[in-house]
Design a protein around this ligand. Structure first.
Ligand code: UT7
Length: 325
């Protein structure tokens, strides 16, 4: 049986750091509130020249380097994003151009913070049909361009960045073992953004056309915990493994309290949960691939390990993915 394996990972983050102390000067908040309610300390903010496609291209280049592949060997590029540079073309087409991945076809997937696990699921279907394909899967966002910097309920939460992985097929007994995706559009008003951004125009000017991200945080929190629990149980059941068999859990990085609640419900030991939200905040579709790349480069993932990914986001969308590394 052919399975999808990861040949390389990469990530890219803007240089500019926005700390809780910086936010204290912008809105009525405190380092103490942000730290205890979210776990976030810093986030990265993109400036002109660090548009979503640029960050995505940097992350993709690093994944290619690790995979020892050249851009013209890529067959397909999938980018999970809700902050493409423009309404058209897709972010993936701009990445294709920037990389010079001339053979690849390219498309975006909008599944908000679940974007990366949705992209992996789609890539897996292509790999099953043609195991020789080399697919670049990216999660990239510049949500700072869609945040209302006067709304303390949301502006302390989000950050910018990109993560990528290069996947292909194998007949070895490893790779992606299970995946399950869910959506519930009936609840979209709890977390939404009304307009498609254009050229991430406020990256330089902090000017925004009014299309801010809007969230009923407390409701989203409850659905996030319940839904990710359900998705995780589904993929574990598919392959008949237990939580104790998981070597590393890489969840979407939205809030430390969500991850603690989830860990307690499922009985996941805290040392098995990869957390970097203190450094980057919630980077939406980029959060899981950035964390995956950091965990990979830190040597936190060994051959044969079971690695569980899980996300929840606007739509609502949610899902989980299980790999044997
Ligand atoms: O990535 C997609 C999924 N997104 C998520 O998973 C996010 C889910 N939600 C959350 O992470 C949390 O709900 C938040 C971090 C957004 C909010 O935490 P909370 O514990 O649910 O707080 P709350 O919204 O219930 O607000 C509690 C209080 C309110 O004051 P009152 O009404 O009790 O007087 C807020 O006005 O905290 C106030 N507050 C703040 N205070 C200081 C809200 N934001 C801030 C702030 N600084 N930045």
């Amino acid at each position: 049986m052919n399975r999808m394996v990861v040949l390389g990972t990469g990530s890219a983050l803007p240089a500019k750091v926005l700390s809780n102390a910086d936010l204290e000067k912008m809105v009525d908040t405190s380092d103490e509130w942000i730290t205890t309610r979210t776990g976030i300390k810093n986030r990265r903010i993109a400036v002109q020249g660090e548009e979503t496609s640029k960050l995505a291209t940097l992350a993709a280049g690093r994944a290619l380097e690790m995979a020892k592949l050249s851009p013209d060997e890529i067959d397909m590029i999938i980018v999970g994003t809700i902050t493409p540079d423009m309404g058209m073309p897709s972010c993936a087409c701009l990445v294709q151009k920037e990389l010079g991945a001339t053979r690849a076809f390219a498309l975006d997937i909008n599944a908000a913070c679940s974007g990366f696990v949705f992209c992996l699921d789609v890539a897996d279907k292509y790999i099953k049909a043609d195991p020789d394909m080399k697919i670049l899967v990216v999660g990239a966002e510049t949500l700072s361009s869609r945040v209302n910097w006067e709304d303390r309920n949301t502006c302390v939460l989000f950050g910018d960045g990109a993560g990528a992985c290069l996947v292909t097929g194998t007949t070895e007994h490893r790779g992606m073992l299970a995946s399950k995706l869910f959506s519930d559009g009936s609840l979209y008003k709890l977390l939404y953004m009304d307009n498609v951004p254009s050229m991430n125009k406020n990256l330089a000017s902090q000017d925004n056309d009014g299309s801010y991200i809007k969230m009923a945080g407390r409701d989203v929190f409850k659905y996030a915990v319940r839904s990710m629990d359900m998705a995780i149980m589904n993929v574990l059941d598919q392959v008949q493994v237990s939580v104790d068999d998981i070597a590393l859990f890489i969840p979407h990085q939205a809030n430390i309290r969500i991850l603690k609640s989830l860990g307690e419900r499922l009985g996941i030991a805290s040392e098995k949960v990869y957390i970097n939200l203190d450094k980057y905040g919630n980077t939406s579709a980029a959060s899981i691939p950035i964390a995956l790349d950091e965990a990979n480069r830190e040597g936190r993932i060994n051959a044969g390990d079971l690695v569980l990914l899980c996300a929840f986001g606007g739509g609502f969308t949610w899902g989980a993915t299980l790999f044997r590394w």
